[in-house]
Each structure stands twice: as C-alpha cells, then as structure tokens.
Design a protein around this ligand. Structure first.
Ligand code: ADP
Ligand code: MG
Length: 344
C-alpha cells in the first residue's frame, strides 16, 4: 500500500539507436532493450504495425509479401519518420504499462544520432511528447556514452570516446562536460554485415540474409587477421547459380579480410579526430587512452586494431551496448550531470 503513495519519478531516458533502442527508467535502470525494428502489415490497402522490437526482428528476411520489416533509423538518421514515431510510442507505452496506476508527470531525454536534422529532431520531440512526456530533452550521444562508460566528463581533462553502433560511428573528444570535437559517420556494424554478405556472394556464389551475416560477425569476425586460417564455421544460404539451398565453410581469415575496409573506415575516423584535436587535449588522450562503446566495440580484436593504428591504449567500456542508456539515465539522476540535458 505504501508504495502506491510514494511519489515515484517516472522520468525516462531513451537511447534511440540505429540497431537497438534502450529505455532507462529513473532510479530503476534499463527496463527495455529491443532491436529498433518494426514489422508493417498491409491488408486491403491499409498498412498497420504488426510487431515492434525483438518480435519484428525475428521476422526479418522471412516475411510473406504483405509484411515488411523496417529499421526506421537504419542509416544513422531517421529514414522513416512515421514508423520511427510509432516505434518510440510503442516502447514508451510498454515501459509505462507496467507502472499503470503509479503514472504521474514524467520527462523524457532522448539520445539521438548526431547526424539528425532539425526536422527529424522535431519529429522525435513530437513522438516523445505524444507518448506523454512533459518536458523533452535531447542528449548528445557521445556525451551519454562517456558518462555511461564512467568517464569523469565534468573534469578539465580530455578524453576520447568512440561509439560504434549499427548505422553510425561517433567519435568525440570531451572535456568539461562539453564536446571539444565530434563527428558521426555512416559506418559501423551494418557496413560490416554487408561486407560479409557480399564477400560470400562473390567468393562462394551464395546468397545469405542480413541475420546470417550478423551471426557470422558475432561468432568469428576479427578486426585483426589471424596468422593461420583461424576458426571455421558452417553457414547456409542459397546457391546463386543453381538456386538451391547449400552449406559452405568459411574461415576466420577470409572474414577478417572481407571486413578490412569497413573496419578501416572506423579507424580512419579516429585518426582524423586525433589529428584535429587541440594539443592539450591530445596530450590528455595519450595518458587516458581511447574508450570504445556501442555494440561494435564487441567486434573481435577491434581494440587491438585501433591501438595498432594509433599507438594509443584502447579500452572497451564495461557492457558497451548499454553505456549510452546508462549515461543518459545518470544525467537525470545525478545533478552534476543535469547540464548535459538539452531542452528540445
Ligand atoms: P546502435 O546504437 O546503432 O543501435 P548498438 O550500440 O546497439 O548500435 O550496436 C549494434 C551493433 O553492434 C550491431 O551492428 C551488432 O551486430 C553489433 N554487435 C553486437 N554484438 C556484437 C559482437 N559480439 N560482435 C560484433 N558486433 C556486435
Ligand atoms: Mg548507439
């Protein structure tokens, strides 16, 4: 009974990622973590949402003609405003449903890809507000990632965060709770998946789907080529010549070679940032090293690769997939960090 009267805050922070959306409920932590995927079904000329999140991702590549699976943020910016809005509302409702009855006024902070335009930001703000948010804030993604990775962002010490997501990689140098440098490029996990699929198409004449390419990446892709052929893996797809299903074996070495280009783009972006940093900040980064966040930080030996290419120490943040959401949540909870919330 007592709980019912406790004035519990329902403020939420959302990491609206190109691959995954996470929702953090103030004072509780992450309460939702689902793929940023929506399945739309059309019947009798009317299109409506059939599934959102994990349920929709399971349908990817396996749908009948009248169902389309969409990733509304695929290329790092919001590709489909309307679907993105429905997805945001769905997730917010899902989180608050569990709290029915206790619901009071709540604020929402949204971390968005830094390539978003004003039109897209407005759409997100409207979606958050239509979903019931009183005050809406934005948080710059690298800032949230840094806070979530445990970096002392309020200190006058430069640090570098590289957040490797599905559609984008953000590289930022932070100091005194601000971004001294930041850039967002359309590279990351998706490009690596594409490189794997196209290699298998060319070399083995086999068509594989996005999900299979991603699975190969998780299981055996490495940013550094192994000395021998490395591990091997059986994969299935459709033979491009005969059209029949077929099974092949791929090696770790060939996959490492296949992804060298998209991995190189990530490193290139890190090197650019280092070349453009103020001398004092550069000196700090030499001491502190580079911190990796985002799911791409889990790519095999990406830390060794970036370290080899820059000569700097590279650390993978603890639980890199949740840094942005945790950092955004802390921005609400800890008044030292309130300053990073930008009124939308
Ligand atoms: P976003 O912020 O864009 O939603 P995430 O930070 O959630 O992206 O990271 C998702 C990306 O990380 C996907 O491309 C996914 O395949 C990749 N990823 C997740 N786990 C691993 C892993 N173990 N190895 C390599 N890549 C991974
Ligand atoms: Mg992200």
């Amino acid at each position: 009974m007592r709980n019912l009267f406790k004035l519990q805050s329902q403020d939420i922070a959302i990491d609206l990622g190109t691959a995954n959306t996470l929702v953090y409920l103030r004072d509780q932590g992450i309460v939702l973590n689902e793929p940023s995927v929506v399945a739309l079904e059309t019947s009798d000329g009317v299109t409506k949402v059939r599934a959102v999140g994990a349920d929709a991702k399971m349908m990817m590549g396996k749908t009948p003609a009248n169902i389309k699976v969409i990733r509304p943020l695929k290329d790092g910016v919001i590709a489909d405003l309307d679907v993105a809005e429905q997805m945001i509302k769905h997730f917010i409702r899902k989180v608050h449903d569990r709290k029915a009855g206790l619901l009071r006024r709540f604020d929402i902070a949204v971390c968005i890809p830094s390539g978003s335009t004003n039109v897209q930001k407005r759409a997100i703000r409207d979606a958050a507000s239509n979903a019931g948010g009183s005050r809406i804030y934005f948080i710059e993604e690298p800032m949230a990632a840094a806070i979530g990775a445990g970096i002392a962002v309020t200190e006058p010490v430069g640090s570098m965060v590289v957040d490797i997501g599905g559609g984008t990689t953000e590289v930022a140098i932070l100091s005194l709770q601000g971004l001294a440098y930041s850039t967002s490029g359309r590279m990351g996990g998706d490009k690596i998946d594409d490189a794997i699929a196209s290699h298998i198409r060319r070399k083995h004449n086999l068509a594989i789907g996005e999900s299979t390419a991603e699975r190969i990446k998780h299981q055996m892709a490495s940013a550094v080529s192994p000395i021998d052929r490395g591990q091997t893996m059986h994969i299935k797809g459709r033979d491009l010549v005969r059209g029949m299903p077929r099974k092949i074996i791929v090696t770790e070495t060939e996959i490492a070679d296949a992804i060298a280009e998209p991995v190189g783009q990530i490193t290139e972006s890190v090197r650019n940032a280092l070349e453009n940093s103020a001398p004092e900040l550069a000196a700090d980064i030499v001491d502190q090293g580079i911190i990796l966040t985002g799911g791409g930080a889990l790519l095999g030996r990406i830390d060794d690769h970036i370290s080899d290419e820059t000569g700097l120490a590279v650390t993978i943040a603890e639980d890199p997939l949740t840094c942005v959401a945790n950092g955004a949540g802390r921005a609400f909870e800890d008044k030292d960090y309130n300053g990073v919330l930008i009124p939308a």
